[in-house]
Design a protein around this ligand. Sequence first.
Ligand SMILES: Nc1nc2c(ncn2[C@@H]2O[C@H](COP(=O)(O)OP(=O)(O)OP(=O)(O)O)[C@@H](O)[C@H]2O)c(=O)[nH]1
Ligand SMILES: [Mg+2]
Length: 477
Amino acid sequence: MPPQNILFFGPAGCGKSSIVNMLLELGHQGKNGKAPVSDGAKSSTKDIGQHITKFGDKEYNLIDTIGLDQRGSGDDQVKNLYNLLRGLSNGISLLVYCVRAPFFPQKLEKNYHFIHNGLCARSVKTVIVVTGREDLPDLNSWWTSQKDALEENGMHFVGHTCITATPGRKTTEGYNKQLEYDESKESLRELVVGECQKVTTPWKMVRSAAFLQDESRQALKAPQNIIFFGSTGCGKSSIVNMLLGEEKAHISNGAKPCTHKNEAYLANDGGKQYRLYDTIGLDQVGVENRTDILVQLYHLIRSLHDHDGVTLLVYCMRGPTFPETLDRSYRIFYEGFCRQEVPIVIVVTGLEDLADMESWWTNNAAAFSEKNLAFEGHACITAKTGKAEYNPSRRDLWKMISDECDKVSEPWKMDSAGNWFEAVVKWIRHNLPSWMDEHFDPRQADLYSVLAECLPEKEAREIAIRGDQYSEGNDPS
Ligand SMILES: Nc1nc2c(ncn2[C@@H]2O[C@H](COP(=O)(O)OP(=O)(O)OP(=O)(O)O)[C@@H](O)[C@H]2O)c(=O)[nH]1
Ligand SMILES: [Mg+2]
């Protein structure tokens, strides 16, 4: 009976080799001995190591990989890994995703998507092992706080453990973390060996290396972020669901605004990953304080700054009538928030009663130009499930969106938080004073209270003072 193969992967320096060694120490060691461990400064796993160990009467091959994000991890390493997987006669039973706490899962998803989605075709069960337990209050707090973020970023695990991968400092009585270290080994064995034993038919790599060029390399790329915006009830959430192919975003069933929080949904098309952001209707009536919307959008764009930037804006509107107030949210998002630096496309919903939905654009394109509203692309659709044109609409919409995203080589990121916010506030005051209702008093105190929700106190105060000078007619720029 050949050994079951277990692949350990994760970013450089997360403790992969230490984890492999913990299992080797616990099991009956076979050939190849210990895995070399990183001293922290630079990664020591130059290539793929394989170590056989035995638990009970079963043998396991622990495969220790290079951190794919490290310098020099290029096509060669990817090919080596592919060749190794391809050569495993017993396939692969389990993936072990190793990360170091505290960490931000969105930064780590590339590794996961590359190995789990790309190389292993989403066909191998994955567990997550978190090292650095010694720096955390307890295991459960870590898992509870991170599991939603992991799921949102498309990372799914059949099990988890949070461990310390070092016995700690040497003291006169031995190592100071020996107890935690021994417990960690047991919990690691339980998770890894336990999950392996459930696998009856390991997954085998049968594809030719050609796919590495496209699918797998795409998976290594971060998802592209797309923001859907527009008036309340125009169909933003319906459009997002249409692209997802399932009803994940809540859609409204009446006149009341439905989406009250900006939400992200992970979508795939043609082997590429997209993150779709369903946002709050900018002109939502009944919102007590419009500044709340502003602050939430600020948080969204700021979070995207650390999250691969914004690739595309999708302006959503409800047809077939051409709306009077169309340009307001366009200007706020495109000109105000994104400084005209992100490509923007338009999606017109509610066109199911037209014999030729595309004719809507032909008839209305001039009205957009007159208002100086320019778009890189458009889609005339119905986003209402059950309508005959729903599936063709979905196909057209994906095509338009993926074509536009393909043209973007460098997603947009706002400049340093303070400058950007100041510019946005100035822009809104100048161009859309009516949007700032009585709750948004331009005087220092109110501006400060908005800013203080998103910025460090000192920064908020400084910007509020500068903004105040501006509102008095002293534009400092
Ligand atoms: N007839 C028709 N109805 C649509 C279409 N798209 C969406 N709807 C309906 O319009 C209503 C509002 O759609 P939502 O997707 O919730 O709109 P939204 O923009 O997300 O609304 P908020 O979240 O409240 O800002 C729902 O009842 C949808 O079923 C369409 O193309 N045609
Ligand atoms: Mg909605």
